[in-house]
Design a binder for this molecule. Structure first.
Ligand code: SF4
Length: 239
């Protein structure tokens, strides 16, 4: 046993002498891959206007202040305002849409345009008040021309939504449209195949329904959306 230890120490000594002859006094140990990746990530986040400590945020205000200047994807350059989210930070229910539209981009608040007015109206019709729930989007910046979010944008922005949910810890998530559900459940399934079931994301229940903007384009989806909002209320208050 002693001999083995002696052998290991000799090998180590040889290695250090070799390093010293190559690098002088400054002996550098190889970093683990994840350690190096973490550093790169932090440097990149600073370059993108993001405080790298955002992941440790304890409150929504702290998170917002650390990421509000984000330009991690090209939408950061074309937005008028960063649209974080609105409502009760302790809400038991969170409504998630896909991205800000023109009016939301101008006002810096989600769901304030025509779709937002419809949502407020429908929420009230089933007994929810806008200020008692929390509302946000997958993307925090407006895609030009209200086009669909692109996978690379969802990948860049999605972690902020996850952090919001981690801070709020709601009991129920309502995905307005397919994008939030597809991102959180990691699926490409269509809205019609996702709708009508209760899912779970990290122990939080989730349902998927129509986006109010889709209802504005097609009134036949209004009734199913109201039914889903009623269902949300039932799930939330069931004993
Ligand atoms: S959409 Fe998200 S990732 Fe892209 S710039 Fe805006 S905040 Fe950053």
């Amino acid at each position: 046993m002693k001999e083995e230890i002696k052998k290991i120490l000799n090998e180590a000594k040889k290695y250090l002498q070799q390093q010293e002859s190559l690098f002088g006094d400054e002996v550098t140990l190889p970093k683990s891959e994840s350690e190096s990746e973490g550093k790169i990530q932090q440097v990149n986040e600073k370059e993108y206007g993001v405080d790298p400590t955002w992941v440790n945020s304890k409150t929504l205000d702290e998170l917002e202040s650390k990421i509000k200047n984000c330009v991690k994807c090209p939408l950061g350059k074309t937005r008028t305002n960063f649209v974080f989210g609105v409502g009760n930070p302790k809400s038991e229910i969170v409504f998630i849409g896909e991205a800000p539209g023109a009016e939301e981009d101008l006002q810096g608040e989600p769901f304030v345009g025509r779709a937002g007015q419809l949502l407020n109206h429908l929420l009230a019709s089933v007994g929810f008040r806008r200020d008692e729930v929390y509302i946000c989007n997958v993307l925090k910046c407006r895609p030009p021309g209200n086009r669909d979010p692109q996978p690379s944008e969802i990948e860049a922005c999605g972690p902020y939504l996850v952090k919001q949910l981690e801070i709020i810890k709601p009991k129920l998530i309502v995905s307005l449209g397919r994008f939030p559900a597809q991102m959180l459940l990691k699926t490409n399934a269509t809205l019609s195949s996702l709708r009508g079931q209760v899912y779970e994301w990290r122990g939080i229940k989730m349902i998927i329904t129509y986006h109010p903007a889709a209802v504005l384009r097609n009134q036949q989806w209004k009734r199913p959306l109201i039914e889903d909002l009623r269902k949300a209320r039932e799930i939330l208050y069931q004993k």
